[in-house]
Design a protein around this ligand. Structure first.
Ligand code: FMN
Ligand SMILES: CCCCCCC(=O)C(=O)O
Length: 370
């Protein structure tokens, strides 16, 4: 008679159920096996020596969470309020380009998973599915925000904003850390220049000519353009790519509705600080006048907890979504969001917080050497 090991993995039924997911990083390993190496490098890579890319993740090792005990509270309530809406958890999907390089269903699969989770998907201007199709894809519908690289052609920029508004996007995320494209050695070495046939940045289609325009990184971008955007749309505006506290103050003065502390996942200025290291000074500069969000290096529920305790209202995830999509399609992104929600709830329970608002600055010990 054969014995059954105490920790036997349950035999899975022969259905399309994805295998269990134990940690976010498992998705990366799985995705790496599936992806074309050139596309894998595009998704994984950063600028220059990838110092900032590495720092985004390792910086979280330097924070220690000081838990409170005997606080009771029962079930955790992860909901947050943002722009007058209640989100089920403080985790958003940050904009990432070219989802159809990760999975044939691309942004449609991502939107369906985000719709099921009830949180926000920030759709990239460089999406490979038109915003209208992303908006129509999910049931329940995903809450969509639209990410914009302001183009030098103001008429075209306004037409893209109108498309996003008409598709039901509820905020405009303006990326301000990209006056020029970061120098990404991996892509240069791989000669990654073009999307495969049939795969295009559909949000760049010119309404008059029908031609798909190239995305221009505009080095003339300045605060006057933010004023123009403020006059051009009534959507809440989020500035993405703020690291300096003085810029956070200027954002408030220019009527911006939120700032997203981000270094673009280490893909723009190599040598910039880890997002989480830049967060406290930005939070102090903003002084509660507008919400502060953060992305970069979030891989665990404890990372989310640390960012919230340091003053972020919510966090964004970039690469984990791409890995989940490449590894397992829509079910993978669902699993990813479920896992992060469960990890955050457990971390909050262990730290004695019932709601995100219970997470306070004193619960994080000052940065410890790593
Ligand atoms: C493959 C990839 C594509 C990205 N595309 C965009 C984009 O189109 N627009 C944008 O504002 N940021 C883009 N980003 C940056 C992300 O929005 C986000 O800031 C970053 O990925 C967060 O770091 P993380 O990957 O460690 O979560 C991209 C990042 C990656 C990795
Ligand atoms: C010129 C193509 C623009 C794609 C931008 C995607 C992006 O932001 C990234 O980090 O990659």
């Amino acid at each position: 008679m054969s014995s059954v090991p105490a920790q036997a993995t349950p035999r899975r039924a022969a259905t399309a159920d994805p295998p269990p997911l134990y940690r976010v990083d498992d998705l990366e390993a799985e995705a790496r096996r599936r992806l074309d190496p050139v596309h894998r490098d595009f998704f994984a890579g950063g600028a220059g020596d990838e110092r900032t890319l590495r720092a985004n993740e390792t910086a979280f090792d330097g924070y220690r969470i000081l838990p409170r005990v005997l606080r009771g509270g029962g079930e955790r309530d992860l909901r947050i309020e943002l722009f007058g809406e209640t989100l089920p958890m403080p985790v958003l999907v940050s904009p990432t380009a070219f989802h159809r390089l990760a999975h044939p269903q691309g942004e449609v699969a991502t939107a369906r998973a985000v719709g099921a989770a009830g949180t926000v998907m920030v759709v990239s201007m460089a999406a490979t599915t038109p915003i209208e199709a992303v908006a129509g894809a999910a049931d329940p519908p995903a809450r969509l925000w639209f990410q914009l690289y302001p183009q030098p052609d103001l008429g075209f920029t306004a037409s893209v904003i109108r498309r996003a508004e008409a598709a039901g996007c509820r905020a405009l995320v303006v990326t301000v850390d990209s006056p020029v494209f970061g120098r990404r050695d991996r892509d240069l070495r791989n000669g990654f220049l073009d999307l495969p046939p049939g795969c295009r940045c559909e949000n760049m289609r010119d309404p008059e000519s029908g031609r798909v325009r190239d995305i221009v990184m505009d080095a003339t971008l300045d605060w006057a353009r933010i004023e123009w955007l403020r006059e051009t749309t009534r959507l809440p505006i989020v500035l993405k790519g703020i690291l300096h506290p003085a810029d956070a103050r200027l954002a408030v003065e220019h009527g911006v509705d939120a700032v997203l502390v981000s270094n673009h996942g280490g893909r723009q200025l190599d040598g910039a600080p880890a997002s989480v290291d830049a967060l406290p000074a930005v939070v102090a500069a903003v002084g509660g006048r507008i919400p502060v969000l953060l992305d970069g290096g979030i891989r665990r529920g404890t990372d989310i907890l640390a960012a919230l305790a340091l003053g972020a209202v919510a966090v964004g995830i970039g690469r984990p979504v791409v890995w989940a999509l490449a590894a397992r399609g829509e079910p993978g992104v669902r699993q990813l969001l479920d896992l992060l929600r469960a990890e955050l709830a457990r971390a909050m329970t262990l730290a004695g917080a019932v709601r995100p608002a219970d997470l306070t600055r004193e619960m994080i010990l000052d940065r410890v050497p790593v």
